[in-house]
Design a protein around this ligand. Structure first.
Ligand SMILES: *Cc1c(COP(=O)(O)O)cnc(C)c1O
Length: 384
């Protein structure tokens, strides 16, 4: 008889920013100290250097850094004059910020369903949401596709609907900056791409931050103005209603260093995802990545038969393995969003996903032995 070895129950982090910090050594500390030395805390040289690097990385003509991913979305809708009477189509299976920005401006978010395999906007539901908006007397103006969990939305299909209906696309790539869609990085799908540098996102700062990427020369000028209170030709000339929407110079300095290792981190995330898929695809529905797409794996989200995921979460927690539910409620079931219209035919896929999904630890520094511990624990819990 073999001796039973005690299970390793050392807590595993869901995202390991400390491992990333160790890898970068003194590079970030030195970058921050340089900002403290020159003292240009707002709009210092690092902000503009970061914007140039970001535009190049995303393949866009322009990048505008700002205070958060939410501000990135908001600034674009403000620049386009979105307001009362306008409908903005977005998925219901997303983080609230996607719809929040439309509602903040007095416009109406109209919620559409997602595809069960990719978790991203279902083009047919987008068409139904546009019809819903028109019947309600609203003017459809924009679609905000979300690239959920790091995987690009079906931008060709959604872009075709937008062109046919004369709407603009604002890509919510808060979870997916760096992802590849049919041979190019996100940053040029639609009029503008918004992203977030919240610390837990694939490219995270040490605080809040965000950016807009666009090829549109006129839009970038308006965004620059809106970011600093609608500034005109100089500081004392105010030509539109704007925000305090700047990215701190310290965060730009951190992000310049993190962007340098980001391609390597994306490859490491992909290897972690491949290992999960190999270890779990016979016991759970693992994420689907269509041909020609590369995810940046903001989350590694599996699906289980209804009623099974809570027990899995409890079993893993008792072994020091954290999980998360993104998202337990689609937006149309949230108190603040329940009053907004939903696409004709309802949102059944999102409702089902909200009961079936569970996300496992995912970051570029998840080593093979630790991951095998997670895979073993998931298998044991699902088979037991
Ligand atoms: C994180 C996130 C945002 C908002 O980003 P913040 O930087 O936190 O404001 C918007 N949309 C989605 C899909 C997100 O995941």
């Amino acid at each position: 008889m073999t001796q039973h070895t005690r299970l390793d129950q050392t807590p595993i982090p869901f995202i390991d920013l400390a491992a990333q910090k160790r890898r970068m050594g003194a590079a970030v500390d030195d970058a921050v100290l340089r900002v403290l030395a020159h003292g240009q805390y707002c709009m210092g040289p690092e902000v503009f250097a970061f914007e140039r690097a970001l535009a190049e990385f995303g393949g866009a003509r322009h990048a505008l850094s700002c205070a958060s991913g939410t501000d990135a979305l908001l600034l674009v809708l403000m620049a386009k004059g979105i307001g009362p009477g306008d409908a903005v189509i977005c998925p219901t299976f997303t983080f609230c910020a996607t719809a929040e920005v439309a509602a903040l401006l007095g416009a109406t978010p109209v919620l559409a369903d997602v595809d069960a395999a990719t978790f991203n906007l279902d083009p047919k539901s987008v068409e139904r949401a546009i019809a819903t908006a028109k019947k309600a007397g609203l003017k459809p103006k924009a679609i905000i596709p979300v690239d959920l969990f790091g995987l690009s939305a079906d931008h060709d299909a959604i872009g075709a609907i937008a062109r046919a209906e004369n709407l603009f696309i604002l890509d919510d790539a808060a979870q997916a900056f760096g992802a590849n869609y049919k041979g190019r990085r996100l940053g040029t799908c639609g009029l503008a791409t918004a992203t977030s540098f919240f610390p837990a996102k694939p490219l995270g700062a040490y605080g809040d931050g965000g950016a807009v990427l666009t090829d549109d020369d006129d839009l970038i000028d308006v965004l620059k103005s809106l970011r600093v209170h609608g500034q005109g030709t100089d500081k004392y000339d105010t030509v539109r209603i704007g925000l305090t929407g700047r990215l701190d110079t310290v965060q730009a300095a951190v992000l310049i260093e993190k962007l340098k290792i980001f391609p390597d981190e994306i490859a490491a995330r992909d290897a972690v995802a491949a290992r999960y898929a190999a270890g779990l695809s016979d016991v759970a529905t693992v994420p689907f990545v269509p041909d020609g797409y590369q995810s940046v794996w903001a989350q590694y989200t599996i699906r289980l038969a209804p009623g099974r995921r809570d027990a899995l979460g409890v079993a893993l927690k008792s072994q020091g393995i954290p999980t998360a539910i993104y998202y337990p409620k689609p937006l149309h079931k949230q108190t603040a969003y329940a009053r907004f219209p939903i696409a004709e035919g309802g949102l059944p896929v999102s409702e089902r996903l909200a009961d079936e999904v569970i996300s496992l630890p995912m970051h570029p520094y998840l080593d093979a032995p630790t991951q095998d511990r997670i895979i073993g624990a998931v298998r044991a819990a699902l088979r037991g």
